[in-house]
Design a protein around this ligand. Structure first.
Ligand SMILES: Nc1nc2c(ncn2[C@@H]2O[C@H](COP(=O)(O)OP(=O)(O)O)[C@@H](O)[C@H]2O)c(=O)[nH]1
Ligand SMILES: [Mg+2]
Length: 312
């Protein structure tokens, strides 16, 4: 890898970072060499996940948070994961416009990615992108994801700190959330606190949160009005406090767990690529005939294919 490229990335050169991000997202030729060059530089950024239902105000909140961070001369990279839209979609564009106030400040980089069409799934692409921004030297990397299904659970090991954004009127849904995201989120943001019902949600949350949560204290439920930045200063204070208290051991453990998961996911991806490769197609066709005519069980056919790959 051209050392000049790494230099430019670490100098926050916008266009170089954007190009590197595309290369990494698309897994184009040379992407892995680039990531290998960057990987030893990672491990310094504070990585925050912000999840919550669509429309709960995540992007608006991130916008205010980024402004607050830039006031403290902190550099921030934001990755907005949109579940369905391609990059040109209105929803993502909306995000971008709302982010603009922050983006105009120095050392803020915003990237939107679609959760569809990523080879190997969104988690691998996200992990690699986070590495890019971490290596570049951004103080904070903020990942916005919509909490649907497993996504919020997958985000857990990608980030050091996970924020769940909720809105008044969600009280009834809190019980349903209990088993999933409530267990893994570190900070609970009641956004749109200007609307009726914020106090009720606050009370429900306080009585529902698992007592076993490692980071629970009085302040891990925070009320905000993202549109006017109310409460955002307190939120940042809480975030900073979290990183001050967070033990290196805990973060190292997370990175190890993540690395293990990434190795497995990458290996599965390589195997599935091999399985559909032309090299094996003749053998698969033979096995397919045997399976279709009920001579051979598909499970045994699978074993036979793996044997050809040298995997017993
Ligand atoms: N009343 C009120 N509206 C808000 C607040 N925060 C965000 N909104 C509005 O909620 C809508 C959705 O916000 P957005 O940030 O796009 O939500 P996201 O889908 O979670 O990223 C926008 O129209 C925002 O202006 C808030 O604190 N109070
Ligand atoms: Mg958004």
């Amino acid at each position: 890898v051209d050392p000049d490229l790494i230099k430019k990335i670490c100098a926050f050169d916008d266009r170089t970072i954007a190009r590197a991000a595309s290369l990494i997202e698309d897994r184009s030729t040379g992407y892995l060499d680039l990531l290998q060059s960057l990987y030893p530089l990672t491990g310094k950024a504070k990585i925050i996940g912000i999840t919550g239902a669509p429309g709960s105000g995540k992007s608006t909140l991130i916008n205010s948070l980024v402004l607050e961070l830039t006031k403290k001369s902190q550099s921030v990279a934001v990755i907005a994961v949109d579940p369905s839209s391609p990059i040109t979609d209105g929803a993502v564009l909306g995000d971008r416009i709302r982010m603009k106030a922050a983006s105009e400040k120095q050392k803020v980089f915003v990237r939107s990615i679609s959760s569809r069409g990523q080879r190997g799934g969104i988690s691998l692409a996200l992990a690699d992108l986070i590495d890019l921004f971490d290596a570049a030297g951004f103080n904070y990397v903020i990942v916005e994801t919509v909490g649907v299904g497993q996504v919020e659970v997958d985000i857990r090991n990608l980030v050091d700190l996970l924020l769940l954004v909720m809105t008044p009127g969600m009280g009834d849904e809190v019980q349903a959330l209990k088993a999933g995201i409530l267990e893994v989120a570190d900070v609970f943001v009641i956004n749109k606190s200007d609307l009726a019902g914020a106090d009720i949600l606050n009370a429900i949350l306080r009585s529902t949160l698992p007592a076993s949560k490692e980071w629970v204290d009085q302040d891990n439920i925070i009320k905000t009005v993202a549109t006017s930045a109310e409460g955002v200063y307190d939120l940042l204070t809480q975030i900073e406090g979290y990183f001050l208290r967070a033990s290196t051991i805990r973060i190292e453990q997370r990175i190890k767990t993540l690395a293990d998961k990434r190795i497995l996911d990458e290996a599965l991806l390589i195997i599935s690529d091999l399985l559909v490769s032309s090299k094996l197609s003749a053998e698969r066709l033979t096995l397919l005939d045997q399976c279709a005519s009920k001579q051979l069980h598909p499970g045994l056919a699978a074993k036979s294919i793996l044997k050809s790959l040298g995997i017993k």
